[in-house]
Design a protein around this ligand. Structure first.
Ligand SMILES: [Zn+2]
Length: 296
């Protein structure tokens, strides 16, 4: 199928990734996996209209619309499509569900049409003024939210697990969490027989990760755990499908953030990251690390 929001990339028999198209309303990548007698989608994109296309893609790829959904973490660009799948079991870690319930009122306030319209015009103004605190990607994300504002319904996951959940399916499919990292609680989808790992935002490719709702030091230990699974291919939360080596790039990035944050100013973003998307995340990460109460 053709979607304005993503391209479908088959990875193995019955296993595909959807890779978000720049400027589209998906923003993050998802998985479509035929697990034998069910179809799983892992992460549901930024908007219901992109998630509708995801459901259509699943039907074409597996012969059925999704029958199970899961979320890697609570960030809106991975969960707002949940409303399209509200009749399905939606899996996430227990903490991810709790965070969404705790933040519900705040997030619903941020998603009101008037709040989104304000955000879009503010980001437009900052971009025009050359403010490095915003990016074209951030503007596109907020515009996509505004366009779908009338349809946005925060839909928390309904089924929870702690550290590991193996689907009762023919294909070996595991949801695995090592606790905090990119957020307070992240999970990955791992297919051991295919050597394919969908990393959520624990691993990105060519895109600055945000660290402000997580724990960068613990994130480094989580990356070690991902390496221990020896994935041959990694579907990052954002960016193209990559080899297992992309984990090393993420480790280097986080190490750089921690080093720069602990050194005296002035500082600069290393040139190799200048072309990465969501550039504002670099400075936000430096500020976040410096603002934490106890240096570790
Ligand atoms: Zn995220």
């Amino acid at each position: 199928m053709k979607s304005r929001h993503f391209t479908v990339q088959p990875l193995s028999e019955g296993v595909s990734a959807t890779i978000a198209t720049p400027g589209g309303a998906a923003v993050s990548n998802s998985a479509v996996v035929d697990v034998g007698d069910a179809t799983l989608v892992f992460d549901t994109m930024l908007t219901p209209r992109a998630a509708e296309d995801l459901a259509t893609a699943a039907l074409e790829l597996t012969g059925r619309r999704p029958t199970l959904a899961a979320n890697s973490h609570w960030h809106l660009d991975h969960i707002l499509g949940n409303s399209v799948f509200s009749s399905l079991p939606i899996y996430a870690t227990r903490r991810t569900r709790e965070i969404l319930l705790e933040k519900r009122v705040e997030l619903e306030g941020e998603l009101k049409p008037e709040a989104l319209a304000r955000d879009v015009s503010e980001i437009e103004r900052q971009l025009k003024a050359g403010d490095p605190g915003v990016s074209a990607e951030l503007l596109a994300l907020n515009r996509a939210l505004l366009e779908d504002a009338a349809n946005l319904r925060l839909t928390p996951p309904t089924r929870v697990f702690e550290s590991k959940f193996r689907l009762p399916s023919q294909r070996r499919v595991e949801l695995v969490s090592w606790g905090s990292g990119h957020t307070e609680s992240d999970s990955v989808l791992f297919l051991p027989d295919e050597g394919i790992l969908y990393a959520g935002d624990l691993v990105l490719a060519g895109v600055h990760p945000s660290t402000g709702s997580g724990d960068p030091e613990h994130w480094l230990t989580v990356l070690d755990e991902i390496d221990r699974l020896h994935p041959e291919r990694i579907v990052p939360g954002h960016g193209p499908v990559s080899s297992g080596a992309v984990v090393g790039e993420m480790r280097e990035y986080l190490t750089t953030v921690l080093r720069v944050a602990s050194a005296p100013d002035p500082h600069e973003m290393p040139a190799k990251y200048a072309t990465w998307g969501f550039r504002e995340s670099f400075e936000q990460s430096i500020r976040f690390v410096r603002s934490r109460p106890t240096p570790r």
